[in-house]
Design a protein around this ligand. Structure first.
Ligand code: ADP
Ligand code: SF4
Length: 690
């Protein structure tokens, strides 16, 4: 297939200072939880992006000095020349596919505590370090500012030595010293670096000029700049100081990479923002500079991308998450394979890897972060080793991905689903408030399966053990999912909650099936991810009064890791959900429930007509138990293996279910390797004398 002429504009080269991007697809800097901790994994992942057609592939933020130590969070690190080989490997991988490599050096100032190095953090003034830690940054004097400028120059030179093509001056997300100096909130200096905008922008400008002087002969110098902080006059605004800054620096950088900040605004989930959600803020930038402009907005639609270029809104289509969900997005557009694009669902599970200091993962792309250590390529999978017939039972995310990937390997696959549609939990959950884009998990796999001759799909087929045996499959994969518990057992309660008969009790499965309780409703959330908060919204939408009680300090606590927690809590409060945090559920009674303070045990009665318990799930393992109870029957039917995957094995995230299905498909008939199921990156012992 060849590409649609409508998208030709996306494949025009763009000059960026002394270098040229081969097309308009630009992977903006993004964290990945690998960086300094898993450098081979990081380099391989970036190289695959270039292979997938991204003309520019950037690093995450790269620490420039030991006073900018993100530990335990894993970022890039370029403290001295010894770190150059890591980035040289990355640049080499990107260049091998004709991409340009971009590096984002950063000093994070007062936003890092330097837990590992124990250096005193520095900032524009004396100020507490941002996370809740008993550490303060000290105010920088002129010698510190001079040293900081030198660290940035050293980092730029190291980037050049590592053969990078683009070096950044980073002033966004409230994560860089340049932004802290620019911000009126943090910069109260009375010297030439404080006060007027001209003074506050000085450091940003100096780093830009220094970097140009140091490496500008061969490297483009880009800026990443926050044009709005969504906090009105307290922050940068696109019609205020941010606009003035762009006017002041207009043509000084070789490229403007612009966004809204902080990170939770820049990487909003689909629950809160649609594609191109930054457009209203960044649109003006093109009018202020003759240099190319990059913007992001979770772009997955090639029509929208081409439209933005045509309208003169952007010169380059920036992407972090769409390039994670589908590293081959540009190539698929180029080859005319639009339907094959694995569109990001905007869930931010990718972000959670950063917060847990672990390699990145993605709901849509199970190979993300596994490119090096497992050798998984997002598009290529080894051909089948045998002519086995595989029966997959259950078409939720795990079963769908297993069937899709087994089909790609060439296996004959039968996929049986009890319901009258594919998708399992994804079909149900995507109907909840704000989660409609999650259906892309199903739609992508369904489409791929429809293109695969050897995968036969049977709907309305709830299989019994006898029926499984009759199908004479060589391998049986059970992806039958899980159901929510109805007894309150979870993290806080290890025994069923007393009084389960006292009033109607509902589970998330009931609500998703349309069985809503009468209000007022007490929702007890001991799950802590999105479900409790989303169901509280659903109840309010249906006109029920709702009280959300949780043992955690705030609602949907895990969503701090997906950058959503504040938006979720704000939404619930604005919708009139009553929130009782740090409470456990003591018992249910006629007409009410009794909550208990987690710390004192003090009890409080809330009046309600029903309870919704969002605590834990149990695997649907009846079919597995029935099959494995009769090993002789399995043998007689020629079944060589019965394997549980996804929620049927252990309930988890949708990302975990997709990964589980993918892993099964990858490993079928593959001889086990020695030791761990993946390659390790080891910390090397120091060379003698160093
Ligand atoms: P996962 O997240 O692990 O993919 P889901 O709960 O999303 O799990 O999907 C499980 C799917 O399995 C559901 O669509 C359900 O209808 C289906 N299912 C459960 N038991 C059977 C069965 N015995 N035969 C066929 N399909 C089943
Ligand atoms: Fe998109 Fe979710 Fe994948 Fe992140 S984890 S890239 S938000 S699909």
């Amino acid at each position: 297939m060849s590409r649609d002429a409508r998208y030709d504009i996306l494949f025009e080269p763009v000059r960026i200072g002394p270098v040229t991007a081969k097309n308009r697809f630009y992977q903006t800097p993004h964290c990945n939880g690998m960086g300094r901790g898993f450098p081979a994994g990081m380099a391989e992942m970036r190289g695959i992006k270039a292979e997938g057609g991204w003309a520019v592939v950037c690093t995450e933020e790269v620490e420039v000095h030991e006073t900018s130590d993100h530990s335990p969070v894993v970022e890039g690190r370029l403290w001295d020349d010894g770190d150059i080989p890591v980035f040289a490997r990355m640049a080499e991988k990107i260049h091998a596919h004709g991409g340009l490599a971009g590096l984002q050096p950063n000093h994070s100032g007062y936003t890092v505590a330097n837990h590992s190095t124990r250096e005193i953090p520095i900032g524009p003034g004396d100020m507490p370090v941002e996370p809740y830690v008993p550490v303060q940054a000290r105010a920088m004097d002129k010698a510190d500012i001079k040293a900081l400028r030198r660290w940035y120059v050293d980092a730029a030179k190291r980037a050049k030595a590592a053969d990078f093509d683009i070096v950044y001056d980073y002033c966004a997300h409230n994560m860089s010293m340049q932004m802290h100096f620019l911000s009126r909130r943090f910069n109260r200096r009375i010297d030439e670096y404080g006060g007027s905008l001209e003074n506050r922008v000085r450091l940003f400008r100096e780093v830009l000029e220094d970097t140009k002087e140091a490496v500008g002969d061969r490297c483009a110098v880009a800026v990443r700049f926050a044009v709005d902080e969504l906090m009105g006059p307290d922050g940068l605004t696109c019609d205020g100081e941010a606009r003035d800054v762009i006017e002041m620096l207009a043509d000084l950088p070789d490229l403007w990479d612009v966004n809204i900040s902080e990170w939770s605004n820049d990487s909003q989930t689909s629950r809160f923002a649609d594609q191109d959600f930054q457009g209203d803020y960044t649109a003006f930038v093109k009018q202020m500079t003759s240099k190319p402009v990059v913007g992001v907005g979770r772009f997955t639609s090639p029509d929208m991308m081409a439209g933005l270029i045509r309208k003169g809104r952007l010169d380059l289509i920036g992407a972090a998450r769409p390039s994670i969900a589908d590293p081959f997005l540009p190539k698929k557009i180029e080859d005319g394979r639009i339907e094959d694009i694995r569109e990001c669902i905007g869930c931010n599970i990718c972000v959670s890897g950063d917060f847990t200091s672990t390699p990145i993962r993605c709901t849509q792309n199970p190979t993300m972060g596994e490119e090096w250590r497992k050798g998984w390529h997002p598009e290529v999978i080894p051909a089948k080793k045998t002519d086995s017939h595989v029966l997959v039972v259950g078409a939720g995310p795990a079963g769908l991905e297993a069937a899709r990937a087994l089909g790609q390997r060439g296996y004959a696959v039968t996929l049986a689903e009890a319901g009258d549609a594919l998708g399992g939990r994804v079909a149900a959950e995507s109907a909840l408030p704000g989660l409609s884009e999650w259906i892309r998990v199903r739609d992508h796999r369904q489409w791929r399966i429809e293109q695969t001759a050897d995968v036969s799909v049977y709907l309305r087929s709830r299989l019994t053990a006898e029926q499984v045996l009759e199908l004479e499959a060589d391998h049986v994969v059970l992806a039958t999912g899980a159901r929510w518990r109805a007894d309150g057992v979870g993290r806080a309660l290890t025994d069923p909650v007393p009084g389960l008969d006292a009033l109607p009790v509902h589970t998330p499965d009931d609500l998703m099936a349309g069985r809503l309780p009468d209000g007022p409703v007490l929702l007890f959330d001991d799950d802590h991810y999105y479900m409790g908060g989303v169901l509280a919204e659903l109840l309010r939408d249906a006109g029920r009064d709702a009280i959300l009680a949780t043992p955690a300090a705030d609602v949907s606590h895990f969503t701090h890791f997906t950058l959503e927690q504040e938006r979720i809590q704000r939404t619930l409060l604005e919708r009139g959900v009553e929130i009782r945090a740090q409470r456990t559920l003591a018992r249910l009674e006629a007409g009410g429930a009794v909550l208990a303070c987690r710390f004192t045990g003090r009890e409080e009665r809330v009046a309600c007509a029903a309870a919704v318990l969002v605590t834990a799930r149990l695997p649907e393992r009846a079919l597995y138990d029935a099959l494995t109870a009769e090993p002789e029957a399995l043998e007689a039917a020629g079944v060589k293996s019965v394997t549980r995957i996804g929620d049927c094995l252990a309930p988890g995230t949708i990302a975990a279910a997709v990964y589980s299905g993918h892993r099964y498909a990858r490993e079928l008939d593959e001889p086990p390797k020695d030791g761990l199921p993946f390659r390790r990156e080891r910390v090397a012992l120091p060379v003698a004398g160093r």
